[in-house]
Design a protein around this ligand. Structure first.
Ligand code: SF4
Ligand code: SF4
Length: 269
């Protein structure tokens, strides 16, 4: 909700891209309804073993930290679902018995939505490797535009990959013990990555004041508060954009962007 409304509020002022990097369950397209014009497969290289050349030395199994390759007495087994496509096994096989084959794990789609550049990634069902899809989405960032990246919740590898290289990170939370727990972890992660951050409190009024206390104590600015409001929930549940249903929110998202710009010193024309 924050990413799409921020992007749509800004588009008349600046050139904006919205990149949905929540590749396990992207949903920005439900609100933006983009016209997709381009689609790119995302592949990782997985090993293929030539049994004629293999001497069953076990080197590949020893160096694969993901346990994606196992060597039996007379056979080598590859588990493509576990393979991270790092290339170490083919590089280090002493008998040059391993070649690589591209395996499709997802797709990146590009298009336009209501004056915005739109990009999202979709990880194929059953695949676990979100970071390569996220990296492919981020290859489409245009440095001349404001890139707003929607990121999955939490602090897992896909989140780190999506956030890496950002000028600023907006942490969206809610004022509950669960929200506070996840916020503390997210702040720890963002600080390790040396990215400035601020907080948006969503569903304000649903819980207690502990998130505000934490932000004040740790000097983290709260840049926007979105109240618990049945009209906002209704718009969201119908796949409608908040600033269309409640236009007074447009200026609030513009103010949010101005605060971020002040804090980062990053200018876009
Ligand atoms: S490293 Fe090469 S030769 Fe050794 S077991 Fe693996 S595939 Fe076979
Ligand atoms: S490419 Fe990397 S992750 Fe995949 S099997 Fe080889 S060593 Fe393991």
């Amino acid at each position: 909700m924050v990413a799409t409304n921020l992007a749509l509020s800004l588009k008349d002022r600046l050139r904006v891209q919205l990149l949905d990097c929540d590749v396990e369950e992207p949903n920005a397209h439900i609100f933006l309804k983009p016209k997709i014009t381009q689609s790119e497969a995302v592949c990782i290289p997985v090993p293929v073993v030539d049994e004629e050349k293999c001497t069953h030395c076990r080197r590949c199994a020893e160096i694969c930290v993901y346990k994606a390759i196992a060597v039996l007495k007379n056979k080598v087994l590859v588990f493509p679902q576990l393979c991270h496509g790092c290339g170490a096994c083919s590089y280090l096989c002493p008998d040059h018995a391993i070649s690589e084959q591209g395996k499709e794990i997802g797709v990146v789609e590009l298009g336009r939505a209501d004056g915005l550049d739109f990009v999202h990634g979709r990880l194929s069902i059953g695949e676990a490797m979100a970071p390569p899809v996220i990296r492919k989405v981020k290859q489409h960032i245009d440095a001349k535009k404001v890139a707003i990246i929607d990121v999955s919740p939490g602090t897992s590898c896909p989140v780190v990959e999506a956030v890496r290289g950002s000028d600023f990170c907006l942490l969206v939370t809610e004022p509950t013990p669960f929200g506070l727990n996840d916020l503390v972890l997210a702040v720890e992660m963002i600080r390790k990555m040396s990215i400035p951050c601020g907080v948006v409190i969503n569903r304000a009024g649903v819980g207690d004041g502990k998130v505000e206390e934490y932000c004040s104590r740790d000097n983290i600015p709260i840049l926007l508060t979105i109240p618990l409001d049945a009209r906002i929930a209704g718009l969201y549940s119908r796949g409608q954009v908040l600033i269309d249903g409640m236009p007074e929110w447009r200026q609030r998202f513009l103010n949010l962007f101005d605060l971020i710009r002040e804090k980062t010193g990053v200018l876009h024309s």
